[in-house]
Unconditional design. Structure first.
Length: 379
């Protein structure tokens, strides 16, 4: 987008015959949005114009037509396996909706300020940055938020855009474009008690949440959690603790503490999370005491800097060794990889992970991998 200029905008409006008072209101609104360093958008029609989409299509997305039928036209839902076990549900947006969401992610959300404790979905930040503050700590508290994206509500998204000085109506429409409803959620939080809508087509008895799979969800989750991050950061300081958050993974590290103090701290964190609509996943809660091995986002933090775990190094070395000894095809069959392509993606993913922590070791693994007699992956 071209940089917004209030003088040029006002002059063009006068030339087109718009009322002076109307133009003044738009200029004031535009200046407020521009002060947040965000693209100046006034209406849904304006958004359709800058994203090269049809207003009628965006209006249909915002109205959520067809959501309560047996088919959800705006998202394609499927499951993928988690590396830690189980499945993750993905909601892939309609191509046109994804196009608009991608524009919002690039132009409105990409440069938004998020809390320094948030380490995921940030340019220039990595799992190493998330692990580093916890190196050589005595005690470690690891918490996981249940259904993280799914519990970031449409109302919270609305206030993210409202804070950027977009109008109330456009903030509502942007929130609708970035969220999805689930009619099966029983909690009162997801019922819409205010059923009076000035735009009748926008009426809904349900409140949406961030879909896992939308390009806007990662950045919005960080912005929604900015106040929560500050609360947990200040609470951590009172306990002389360090705090980082990598998406739904919360990590706190302590020195000169005790199990009783850490447990008391955990209860306070749980209470703060509930105020924001989140709950701790008790199955993934861990308190690691002095002397035990401490892992943060897959990295060992017992030393003075994050390092790769022995299990990961051994896994890569074993795959490379047996591929060289018995052949890639035999190794894949023996270890039940679905395909050579799947194995290749798996190896490339692990080597990329190593690159983020130990580039010289990653280069060694990459060279050994490229020396393997790989079958052609081109179909």
């Amino acid at each position: 987008m071209n940089r917004w200029n209030p003088n040029i905008y006002h002059r063009n409006g006068v030339d087109k015959g718009f009322e002076p008072d109307y133009l003044l209101t738009l200029v004031q609104s535009g200046k407020a949005i521009n002060s947040k360093h965000k693209p100046v958008i006034f209406t849904l029609s304006h958004l359709a114009n800058v994203t090269d989409t049809q207003y009628s299509t965006l209006h249909e997305f915002v109205s959520r037509k067809g959501y309560f039928s047996n088919i959800e036209p705006h998202y394609r839902t499927f499951s993928i396996k988690k590396r830690t076990g189980g499945h993750r549900t993905i909601h892939a947006p309609h191509p046109v909706l994804k196009k608009v969401q991608s524009w919002i992610a690039r132009n409105i959300l990409a440069d938004a300020d998020v809390h320094e404790a948030a380490k995921a979905y940030k340019r220039g930040e990595s799992i190493v940055d998330n692990a580093l503050p916890h190196c050589e700590s005595e005690w470690l508290l690891k918490l996981d938020i249940c259904d993280f994206f799914h519990n970031c509500s449409e109302r919270q998204v609305y206030y993210v855009f409202k804070y950027m000085n977009y109008s109330s109506l456009l903030s509502f429409e942007l929130a609708r474009l970035c969220t999805k409803i689930d009619d099966k959620r029983p909690l009162r939080r997801w019922n819409n008690t205010n059923k009076q809508y000035k735009i009748e087509e926008y009426g809904s008895f349900r409140v949406g949440s961030l879909p896992q799979g939308a390009p806007t969800s990662p950045a919005l989750s960080n912005l929604i959690c900015e106040k929560l991050d500050e609360i947990l950061f200040m609470l951590s300081l009172k306990y002389s603790a360090c705090y980082t958050r990598y998406a739904d993974d919360l990590t706190f590290s302590f020195n000169n503490s005790s199990r009783a103090k850490v447990l008391g701290f955990k209860c306070q964190v749980s209470n703060e999370l509930k105020k924001f609509g989140f709950e701790i996943n008790k199955k993934k809660t861990r308190i690691i005491p002095p002397g035990a091995r401490k892992i943060v986002t897959g990295l060992n933090v017992n030393g003075n800097k994050p390092s790769l775990t022995r299990e990961l190094r051994d896994k890569i070395k074993a795959d490379l060794y047996y591929c060289k000894k018995y052949g890639v095809v035999n190794h894949c069959e023996k270890n039940k990889y679905n395909s050579i392509v799947g194995f290749s993606n798996h190896m490339n993913g692990m080597i990329s992970f190593v690159y983020s922590v130990n580039p010289s070791l990653a280069e060694k693994y990459k060279k050994q991998y490229e020396e393997l007699d790989l079958p052609s992956l081109v179909l």
